[in-house]
Design a protein around this ligand. Structure first.
Ligand SMILES: Nc1ncnc2c1ncn2[C@@H]1O[C@H](COP(=O)(O)OP(=O)(O)OP(=O)(O)O)[C@@H](O)[C@H]1O
Ligand SMILES: [Mg+2]
Length: 232
């Protein structure tokens, strides 16, 4: 479904990604892991069109999208939930969802009703401002906003960051539910246990390159790679 082919990108003169290649099949969850500063967020931002691709191609359903602006990439079916969650604090939960719905693909089947059915916690909060939400509710709203665009692929940057264990478990259940409905997911996560439970495929990054690829089962027993690339 999504293919990154030798991607190079960065910030101005600073090159961060040096030929990143990844393939994600439909319905699969792919986790990208690595130490701080290796280029995980940069990889996601490049796919979402928030920073330009200097070299290489990004294909969605075989069609190159790397030259499109970020709103057009969203309309093509890529929903990006950044680490900052990017919800609008001054708008209500309902307004946040409505606004995201405007980015929807023409055939999007997710309505506000679907979203609050999926995240019942948001139902009581519809008229609350985004800034009044707890961290967990903000993450649910951020994912809800992504779902409102009717994505083919959901891209998540550290969705568990700063959340209590019980909330992390709730987020896990929701992502596992989406996965069981066939959603394709690209996940960056510091929580190794969380990532390995959810993922079908794992890529480890170091200094802007993919240095290891395999299944969670293989990584679990590969203590050498865990120590070398994750510092575990
Ligand atoms: N806006 C920016 N301008 C310049 N350099 C940046 C910018 N954002 C990130 N970098 C640099 O790019 C490199 C990769 O950063 P990136 O955020 O992709 O890492 P990461 O793997 O997501 O790390 P973390 O685990 O801390 O989230 C780092 O050296 C970082 O300092
Ligand atoms: Mg990051």
């Amino acid at each position: 479904m999504l293919e990154l082919d030798q991607i190079e990108s960065g910030y101005g003169e600073t090159k961060v990604l040096h030929g990143v290649s990844l393939t994600i099949a439909a319905g699969q969850t792919h986790a990208v892991l690595g130490r701080n500063g290796v280029g995980k967020t940069t990889t996601l931002k490049t796919v979402a069109g928030q920073i330009p691709t200097d070299q290489g191609a990004i294909r969605l359903h075989g069609k190159d999208i790397h030259t499109l602006p970020s709103y057009a990439i969203a309309k093509q079916g890529i929903a990006y939930v950044p680490e900052t969650r990017d919800i609008f604090g001054a708008l209500t939960v309902r307004e946040n969802l409505q606004l995201a719905g405007r980015l929807a693909k023409p055939a999007s089947s997710w309505t506000i009703e679907d979203t609050i059915q999926f995240f019942p916690q948001l139902a009581q909060r519809l008229n609350n401002g985004g800034h009044q939400l707890s961290g967990g509710e903000q993450q649910m709203l951020a994912i809800g906003r992504a779902l409102m665009t009717g994505p083919d692929i959901l891209i998540l940057d550290e969705p568990t960051e700063g959340l209590a264990p019980i909330i992390i478990e709730a987020i896990f259940e929701k992502l596992a539910d989406l996965k069981s409905r066939g959603m394709t997911i690209l996940l960056v996560e510091q929580n190794l246990h969380f990532a390995l439970r959810l993922a079908d495929q794992v890529s480890l990054m170091s200094r802007g390159q993919i240095v290891w690829q395999g299944t969670p089962e293989t990584l679990k027993t590969d203590h050498k790679s865990q120590a070398r690339w994750l510092g575990v």
